[in-house]
Design a protein around this ligand. Structure first.
Ligand SMILES: CC(C)(COP(=O)(O)OP(=O)(O)OC[C@H]1O[C@@H](n2cnc3c(N)ncnc32)[C@H](O)[C@@H]1OP(=O)(O)O)[C@@H](O)C(=O)NCCC(=O)NCCS
Length: 209
């Protein structure tokens, strides 16, 4: 089935690249919620206002790809996902051909495993999760819905990440720890103790911000 990407910014370009590299699916459009930024082309594709995109490509005719990234929050992605699911759209799993996903790993709808990322055996990646460029999700990890695993971040074996968690670029979570719902881990942090819900930490070892 054809794909349509929600958003037309930086992350949208990255997921588009993964889809085009993998082949097999045509991307029909990118979307924007600001009419002033619509009507142009991005990466050779039309940028449609969301209302027009929904009319032209109704649920059932395309699979959606969440093209919103996140600088330090997963809230916008989550809102987008919920809104379009409520309209009846389904979300595609996107896996870059340069990523490695073990046969026993589970990917839920909307999961994105991007360039050179690794998802090792028996890991479970929840709905609408991004495993970004060169990130590593080791064996038996669980990553909850809408979470963002930043570029080159590492979740060591058996780590449990809740829903809506943001792990910054290059951060490391040590084995068997838990990072609960809504927490934010700064870029480059080393998480050496489990984190409760809505924690905000950074540094080595990670401390509250
Ligand atoms: C942790 C983070 C979310 C904090 O953002 P914030 O709340 O806006 O924090 P601020 O930028 O106001 O910084 C607050 C303080 O924390 C420090 N700080 C911020 N991020 C830090 C980090 N990653 N490591 C260590 N210290 C950090 C700042 O230097 C500042 O210190 P100060 O009060 O002594 O001046 C953000 O800095 C971060 O690391 N984001 C990750 C971005 C990323 O990896 N994106 C991937 C996109 S592909």
């Amino acid at each position: 089935m054809d794909y349509m990407i929600l958003g037309a910014g930086g992350h949208a370009k990255v997921v588009l690249d993964a889809i085009v590299s993998a082949g097999g699916h045509k991307v029909v459009a990118l979307t924007d919620n600001d009419r002033a930024r619509c009507g142009r082309e991005a990466a050779g594709l039309p940028v449609l206002h969301e209302d027009d995109a929904v009319q032209r490509h109704p649920p059932g005719s395309v699979l959606l790809v969440n093209g919103l990234g996140g600088r330090s929050s997963t809230a916008d992605r989550r809102r987008y996902y919920a809104r379009f699911r409520a309209m009846g759209y389904e979300f595609a799993v996107v896996t870059s051909p340069s990523a490695h996903v073990a046969a026993s790993a589970r990917l839920e709808p909307g999961a994105q495993i991007l360039t050179r990322a690794v998802v090792h055996p028996d890991a479970a990646i929840g709905i609408d999760v991004i495993v970004n460029t060169a990130a590593v999700v080791e064996h038996d990890c669980v990553v909850g819905a809408h979470s963002f695993i930043g570029p080159a971040a590492v979740l060591c074996g058996r780590v449990r990440v809740g829903a809506g968690v943001f792990i910054g670029a290059g951060a490391i979570v040590l084995p068997e720890l838990e990072v609960q719902d809504g927490s934010v881990v700064g870029a480059g942090a080393v998480v050496a103790k489990s984190l409760g819900p809505h924690a905000r930490v950074a540094g080595v070892p990670a401390k509250p911000l």
